[in-house]
Design a protein around this ligand. Structure first.
Ligand code: IMP
Ligand code: MG
Length: 183
C-alpha cells in the first residue's frame, strides 16, 4: 500500500481508515472455525458447504481447507432488489445450487450479516428443500440485525463501519485485499 502522510491508500488511491482485522487474525480465526465445524458433524456423512456469492468466496476457500470431514461445495447467488441499495427484504435466487439439499447437513457460508434481510429471506427458502440440518457460518456480524435465527458460527463481531477486503467489496473493488479494512 502507498502512504500519504499518515493515511494508507488502497490500490486506486482510496484512503483506508484502518485495518480492522489483519490477515494473521483472520487466518487464526478461520482455523478455529474449521475445527469447530469439523467437530459438529458426523464424520461419515460430511457436510454440504454452500457459499453465498460473491462476498464469501475467499472466506469459503479458506474455511473448507480447515474442515476435516467429507465436504461437498456449492454456491448460490442471491440478489436483493426493490428500493435502493439497502436490501429491502426481497431476496431472489439468481443461481441455485445444483446439489440437492434433501437430507443433507448444509452449512451456508456468508461474508457479513448486516441488516439480516438476506438470511431472514434465504433460510426459509433453503429449509423448504428439507435438508437434515441447516446452519450458518458468517465471517462477520454487525450485531444490528433482528434475525429470525442467529448464525451458529461467527468469525468476528464487526464494527458498524463500511468494511472491505477478504471478499467484501465497495463498488466491486477491494475484494482481493488479504485483510479487512474500513473505508
Ligand atoms: P444484509 O442482508 O443487510 O445482512 O446484507 C448482507 C450483505 O450486504 C453482505 O453479504 C454484503 O454483501 C453486504 N454488506 C453489508 N455490510 C457490508 C460492508 O460493511 N462491506 C461490504 N459489504 C457489506
Ligand atoms: Mg454479499
Amino acid at each position: 500500500m502507498t502512504r500519504v502522510g499518515e493515511t494508507e491508500l488502497l490500490p486506486g488511491g482510496k484512503p483506508l481508515k484502518r485495518v480492522v482485522f489483519s490477515a494473521d487474525e483472520i487466518r487464526a480465526r478461520v482455523e478455529e472455525l474449521g475445527d469447530e465445524v469439523s467437530r459438529a458433524y458426523d464424520s461419515s456423512e460430511g457436510v454440504l458447504v454452500i457459499g453465498l456469492l460473491k462476498g464469501s468466496f475467499i472466506f469459503m476457500a479458506d474455511l473448507v481447507r480447515n474442515i476435516r470431514l467429507p465436504v461437498s461445495v456449492d454456491f448460490l447467488v442471491a440478489s436483493s432488489y426493490g428500493a435502493e441499495k439497502t436490501s429491502s427484504g426481497n431476496v431472489r435466487l439468481l443461481y441455485d445450487p445444483e446439489a440437492s439439499l434433501r437430507d443433507r447437513d448444509v452449512l451456508l457460508v456468508e461474508d457479513i450479516v448486516d441488516s439480516g434481510h438476506t438470511l431472514n429471506e434465504l433460510i426459509p427458502q433453503l429449509m423448504a428443500r428439507r435438508p437434515r440440518s441447516l446452519e450458518v457460518c458468517a465471517l462477520l456480524h454487525k450485531r444490528v440485525a433482528r434475525l429470525d435465527r442467529e448464525p451458529r458460527w461467527v468469525g468476528f463481531d464487526a464494527p458498524e463501519e463500511f468494511l472491505v477486503g477478504y471478499g467484501l467489496d465497495f463498488a466491486e473493488d477491494f475484494r482481493h485485499l488479504p485483510f479487512i479494512g474500513s473505508i
